[in-house]
Design a binder for this molecule. Structure first.
Ligand code: PBG
Length: 317
């Protein structure tokens, strides 16, 4: 099995990951799945925790600090140099284009794609958007969630809330914010789903492109790692992600525009719904379509182009 530089230490493959609790949970899931699929003890997949520039930024919206690449630059470097073989990324945080030499081998079976509403007061607190008192401060760093909240409830206050999942939950408990939104997927992976006051319906609160999906990245030339990764990846998730990522690629790579997109498979067709919001929530442009599974990426590009053509000039992006 071993052949890459990173495999000389006796590991079947070295898994590279960020160090946040969510990233570690995702890396452990990958390790477990690799172990089961290949019949190799889990400890032979060493974890290498890599600190990224993005981990150091706590005070600003990421959209202001330089975007998604901040969370992957150092990991990409380690992978290109052969220090790690298989890297694990939240699909949602992965840039549209990977550096030359790296490819997405696939995606693990997708988790719950919905956003969770988390409210002060826990089980005794509000259990829906409609229950939130006017003026409640909703903290989130996501432009999509900010714009959706403003659209659904213009009478609420939106404020910036950054940090990892645990930090955000504790700021709700401390009462600094009345509510926040987090991905159900992340809560589930961390065993924290009991903090969710509600899981929001996909049609009312369209998820981010790739939400709930874990991407497995390998070196393009590393046939062994690619084969191993393919063994744990889920084809349906890959098809849905192809549609969603193509939609996003047409609209915006910079993550300065509130965008949502979600694909599902119905029989032998892939259905995609996507939208762009004005940041203040006053306007939304939606697109929808369906295609055979083999045309998922084309569908995404077409729905994206259709939405783009209908965006009011000079407002978005
Ligand atoms: N940007 C942070 C991030 N990236 C992926 C997830 C959740 C897990 C997922 O979507 O797979 C989160 C936290 C959140 O949005 O609650």
């Amino acid at each position: 099995m071993a052949s890459g530089a990173a495999r000389e230490n006796g590991s079947a493959f070295v898994i590279g990951t960020r160090g946040s609790p969510l990233a570690l949970a995702q890396a452990h899931e990958t390790q477990r799945r690799l172990s089961e699929a290949l019949g190799i003890a889990p400890e032979r997949f060493a974890l290498d925790v890599i600190k990224t520039s993005g981990d150091m930024i706590q005070d600003r919206a990421l959209s202001e600090a330089g975007g998604k690449g901040l969370f992957t630059k150092e990991i990409d470097q380690a992978q290109l140099e052969g220090r790690v073989d298989i890297t694990v990324h939240s699909g949602k945080d992965l840039p549209n284009d990977l550096p030359d030499g790296l490819v997405i081998a696939g995606f693990l079976p997708r988790e719950d794609v919905r956003d969770a509403l988390i409210c002060k007061g826990g089980p005794e607190g509000p259990t829906s958007f409609a229950d939130l008192a006017p003026g409640t401060i909703v903290g989130t760093a996501s432009l999509r969630r900010q714009a959706m909240v403003r659209r659904l409830r213009p009478d609420l206050e939106v404020a910036l809330l950054r940090g990892n999942v645990g930090t955000r939950l504790s700021k709700i408990e401390a009462g600094e914010y009345g509510a926040t939104l987090l991905a159900m997927a992340g809560l589930n992976r961390l065993g924290l789903a009991h903090h969710a006051s509600a899981a929001l319906d996909i049609d009312d609160f369209l998820p981010a492109v790739a939400q709930g999906a874990i991407a497995i990245v390998v070196r393009e030339a590393d046939a062994l790692a690619r084969e191993a990764a393919t063994a744990i990846c889920d084809e349906e998730t890959g098809i849905r992600l192809a549609a969603e990522r193509a939609f996003l690629a047409v609209l915006d790579g910079s993550c300065r525009t509130p965008i949502a997109g979600h694909a599902r498979i119905v029989g032998d067709r892939v259905h995609l719904k996507g939208l762009v919001l004005r940041p203040d929530g006053s306007e939304v442009v939606e697109g929808e379509g369906e295609a055979p599974l083999a045309d998922a990426a084309r569908l995404g590009a077409e729905v994206g182009a259709d939405v783009k053509a209908r965006l009011p000039a000079g407002i978005f992006g």
